[in-house]
Design a protein around this ligand. Structure first.
Ligand code: SAM
Length: 221
């Protein structure tokens, strides 16, 4: 899968994209992520990407021209899904992650300041996507969230596919609790069933715990 990210802060994304799971996925050729500096697509000599809002009011608004120029350069044939990160967009869920992970190519547009001129949402982006109902200073962290979640579900990225298949939101359930050594830590013991060696009992306990948690924490599932 190919993902292009358009931002005024490419240096903020690159270290994360090169590390851990994402770095390994890129090294193995499972995902190809290219970060573009929006300022490279400006036509003015100061590489300015924002201007005052029409109608007045606080802050600056990102101008449409560099976003259009960037997408037209990156994806001339318009084959990729173009997504504008925005707190007002469709909320990211695991189902949306899987939908995006099935695409061949995705372009993520990161806003800043008061946001992006509305013509980008209306006439350039295929959709607006939010990572939750709160406002971030910019789309960069949101883009990393989207990329990290997509990468985990791409075949071959996570070593053991069962670990992805058994996670929260699969089967409409949250994951069961996990424990590792030591058996007792500061007086808190690992549940006996996990030490019993009885695999059927362990599976039953895990299922019950997953259901109990889901009922308590996400009763609307
Ligand atoms: C300060 S925000 C703009 C908020 C906008 N004025 C509003 O109230 O809806 C600047 C940029 O951060 C990004 N952003 C902020 N919150 C986000 C969220 N929850 N999900 C995705 N992107 C977000 C978007 O790219 C947005 O253009």
């Amino acid at each position: 899968m190919r993902i292009d990210v358009v931002t005024i802060f490419p240096e903020a994304l690159e270290p994360f994209l090169r590390s851990a799971l994402l770095g390994k996925a890129a090294d193995k050729g499972l995902i190809d992520i290219v970060v573009h500096n929006l300022r490279n697509y400006t036509a003015n000599k100061h590489r300015k990407v924002d201007d005052e809002p029409y109608g007045g009011g606080p802050g600056m608004v990102m101008t449409p021209e560099p976003f259009f120029a960037a997408v037209e350069a990156i994806d001339a044939e318009r084959k990729a899904r173009v997504v504008l990160l925005s707190p007002q967009g469709r909320t990211l869920t695991q189902d949306v992650v899987k939908e995006l992970a099935a695409l061949d190519s995705l372009v993520l547009l990161c806003g800043r300041y008061e946001g992006v001129d509305e013509r980008v949402a209306e006439h350039l982006a295929d959709e607006e996507l939010s990572i939750g109902d709160y406002v971030l200073a910019g789309g960069e962290v949101a883009a990393l969230v989207v990329i990290d979640a997509i990468a985990r579900v791409l075949p071959g990225v996570v070593g053991d596919p069962e670990s992805v298949a058994r996670e929260s939101f699969e089967d409409g359930l949250l994951d069961h609790p996990h424990y590792t050594r030591p058996e007792e830590f500061r007086g808190h013991r690992v549940p006996d069933v996990l030490l019993s060696g009885n695999h059927a009992e362990i599976e039953r306990w895990r299922r019950e715990e997953a259901e109990r948690r889901t009922h308590q924490r996400r009763p609307f599932f």
